[in-house]
Design a protein around this ligand. Structure first.
Ligand SMILES: [Zn+2]
Length: 130
């Protein structure tokens, strides 16, 4: 873990803070496309980590997309914590996580060499009550 810049932390803290309590997710986490439930409240830790994630697309649309660097992720240490989660292709030891129902993704990623870390991009999911 690198030191996190104070300026960057303040920049998006208001939005992120409303989603967390004691560093965990207060709301349920859904697929933003089909509203499939991905995680129940208080199951994931918010972490800061820079990771380049390809843009979202449907699994069967095979074209190579561009990627963007995202910094806010929900981290879960056990894949059975997820309510619904699908897996896409593995590229360079990174397995991409997709919606189990509509297969939009990647909504997150998993390093196959680390079985205790699954990351869901905060920007790519919905946070809500029901
Ligand atoms: Zn979905």
């Amino acid at each position: 873990m690198s030191n996190q810049g104070i300026e960057q932390a303040q920049e998006d803290s208001s939005e992120i803070n409303s989603l967390t309590e004691n560093g965990k997710n207060v709301a349920k986490i859904f697929c933003e496309r089909c509203s499939s439930l991905v995680l129940l409240p208080m199951k994931a830790d918010l972490i800061k980590k820079e990771f380049k994630l390809p843009h979202m697309r449907k699994k069967n649309e095979a074209s190579e997309g561009e990627s963007e660097t995202l910094c806010d992720y929900w981290m879960v240490d056990n894949m059975y914590t997820f309510e619904n989660l699908g897996f896409s292709n593995t590229v360079d030891n990174i397995k991409y996580l997709i919606c189990a129902d509509c297969e939009i993704g990647p909504i997150g990623w998993h390093d196959i060499n680390n079985q205790k870390a699954f990351y869901i991009a905060v920007k790519r999911v919905q946070h809500g009550e029901n």
